[in-house]
Write a protein that binds this ligand. Structure first.
Ligand SMILES: Cc1cc2nc3c(=O)[nH]c(=O)nc-3n(C[C@H](O)[C@H](O)[C@H](O)COP(=O)(O)OP(=O)(O)OC[C@H]3O[C@@H](n4cnc5c(N)ncnc54)[C@H](O)[C@@H]3O)c2cc1C
Length: 522
């Protein structure tokens, strides 16, 4: 903790102080004050203005949350882009050009809304709206927090060249990756089973996926998709890595690479846009799209060891939301889904205490739910996924099951139950346990298949010349069809090649990664 250097002013008192005024902080304040408008809430935000930040693609749950729960649909339509689903692009040594690359994506436009966000614009809008009901100090920094269970929390805040002492019944930690409370109280843990790094930047001059240039050069490729490719989240994939291409309103493109540190050695020599471009140049699509592109000056970022979590999510007087509570992986863009659950439950927790409800059982459930949610979410979807990320056949199987199950069990819930759906984080309910085990198992098996393929030199053998275009996901019972189809494909691979890995060697000699073992924790 830092030591106060400036003289203290008389202590100020609030019901709630929120550390950080970006999406998680502003959302928590908004939801809380909607339920308990009489509360005095102070939001302390360090930056004078938000810069662009990652977290630019919503998925169906986060889009529902932003649009319908936070009431931003009109703003999303006016200031951001409507997202056209997910697309994946694969290559191998035979892929010479963009049209050779195998593709997974929708044939038409998706049916459930989602958006591509400029987070500087979105977070500014949300904080502006929150400022109509809460007090905002900005730029201001929370320097120190003294927690007192069941009592008054004390914060030291630097604002307008003064150090202020603030007392509040509740502190909401929405400080993002700074994870102020978790780090200062010894709850912060790295997720060392998943050593991933991200490198990202925004670009100008990226070629238009749907423009005349590609339509004339590759007419069959262009005609194959009846929707819009350019406003999808396009993923370029390779062995142990993937890259996102997310278009932003106004023409800039957000591009980032995420890789498993055990499988990919990032080229040395300093971090620059050119390095990112060189890395993506190994993929025919990266080469073509970025041929004339330039990174925006000063906007190249690097973050190592991405995932982490807190062992404590709430106590009597504090609650952690968004990235301050944990982060798993950006693949499938789950960050803002996590924000939807954590901010909604945080607001409910504080409102319940203010109403005089017994807090102990609510806290117990909150901590249990978010701990279970984090670890199951990670194991079901992400553990060792980078093993098969670059293989069209294997990722296609996972994609079909992952997305169809998400639609059936998760994305459909807010449309059925409304706000209530956000009170129950994913994988925390008993009904989700069989699905969790199923997802964990197929993810594990696909990683085993990928490992064996890599050892035999056939990983990515179908990465050239395949196009898997589907008609779109929805909430109907028909979504069991893609699951059954993928299970059939997976079983066939088990019979024809999987048998090699049914009694695996425990370590891959090339990468040193322990073989994807059956996990113990749930
Ligand atoms: C590489 C990468 C790609 C991602 N892509 C996606 C994606 O496509 N979709 C998605 O949903 N999610 C994505 N995420 C996750 C997403 O970025 C985060 O979940 C989200 O931005 C977190 O929002 P937040 O409000 O919790 O934290 P932040 O956006 O980090 O905000 C924290 C705020 O707290 C303020 N603050 C910090 N310390 C203090 C202090 N002491 N005093 C006062 N203020 C303070 C900061 O100034 C900041 O404004 C990605 C993450 C990474 C790493």
């Amino acid at each position: 903790m830092t030591t106060a250097t400036q003289p203290h002013l008389p202590a100020l008192t609030y019901d709630v102080v929120v550390i950080g005024g970006a999406l998680s902080g502003a959302a928590t304040a908004t939801l809380l004050l909607r339920e308990r408008p009489e509360l005095r809430v102070l939001i302390v935000e360090k930056s004078a203005a938000f810069g662009r930040r990652v977290g630019e693609a919503t998925v169906e749950v986060s889009a529902y949350f932003l649009g319908r729960e936070l009431g931003l649909t009109q703003h999303l339509n006016e200031a951001h882009l409507v997202k056209q689903g997910l697309r994946f692009w694969f290559f191998n040594a035979e892929s010479m050009s963009l049209e050779d690359c195998s593709e997974i994506g929708g044939r038409y436009l998706p049916r459930v809304p989602a958006y591509q966000l400029d987070r500087a614009v979105l977070d500014e809008e949300l904080l502006k709206r929150a400022a109509t009901v809460a007090e905002v100090w900005r730029p201001a920094r929370v320097a120190e927090v003294q927690l007192t269970a069941g009592g008054t929390q004390t914060l030291l805040v630097d604002y307008q060249n003064q150090r202020h002492e603030i007392q509040a019944r509740w502190v909401v930690d929405a400080s993002g990756v700074a994870a102020m409370l978790a780090r200062h109280n010894g709850w912060w843990r790295p997720n060392s089973e998943h050593p991933t790094t991200a490198v990202w930047s925004r670009w100008k001059g990226v070629k238009d996926w749907d423009g005349q240039g590609f339509a004339q050069k590759y007419p069959a490729w262009s005609a194959a998709c009846r929707g819009i490719r350019g406003t999808a989240t396009n993923h370029l994939t390779g062995d142990g890595w993937w890259a996102w291409l997310i278009p932003l309103k106004g023409g800039d493109m957000s591009i980032g690479v995420v890789f498993d540190q055990r499988l990919v050695q990032w080229p040395g020599g300093g971090l620059s846009g050119q390095q990112l471009k060189d890395f993506l140049g190994q993929h025919p699509i990266g080469r073509e799209l970025l041929a004339d592109a330039q990174p925006i000056e000063g906007d190249v970022h690097w973050r190592k060891n991405l995932p982490y979590y807190s062992t404590t999510f709430a106590g009597d007087g504090f609650v952690l939301v968004g990235d301050a509570a944990g982060f798993i992986d950006p693949f499938y863009s789950p960050g803002m889904d996590w924000i939807a659950y954590s901010t909604t439950t945080a607001a409910r927790l504080i409102a319940a205490e203010r109403r005089g409800e017994a807090l102990a059982p609510l806290l117990q459930r909150h901590n249990r739910d978010f701990s279970v949610c984090y670890h199951r979410w990670f194991r079901a979807l992400y553990l060792n996924k980078y093993e098969y990320m670059g293989d069209f056949e294997l990722l296609r199987i996972a994609f079909l099951m992952d997305v169809a199950l998400y639609y059936l069990g998760v994305a459909s819930q807010p449309f059925r139950k409304g706000s209530e759906a956000f009170h129950q984080p994913v994988f925390s309910e008993p009904e989700s346990v069989p699905f969790y085990h199923f997802m964990r198992f197929y993810n594990h098996r696909l990683a085993c298949l990928a490992r064996a393929r890599r050892q035999r030199g056939v990983l990515g053998r179908r990465n050239t010349g395949r196009r898997f275009l589907f008609n779109g996901f929805n909430f109907g019972a028909g979504m069991t069809r893609p699951i059954l189809r993928a299970v059939g494909n997976w079983f066939w691979l088990e019979l024809t090649e999987g048998w090699r890995t049914w009694w695996p060697d425990r370590r891959d000699s090339a990468t040193g990664i322990p073989a994807p073992a059956a996990e113990t924790k749930s």
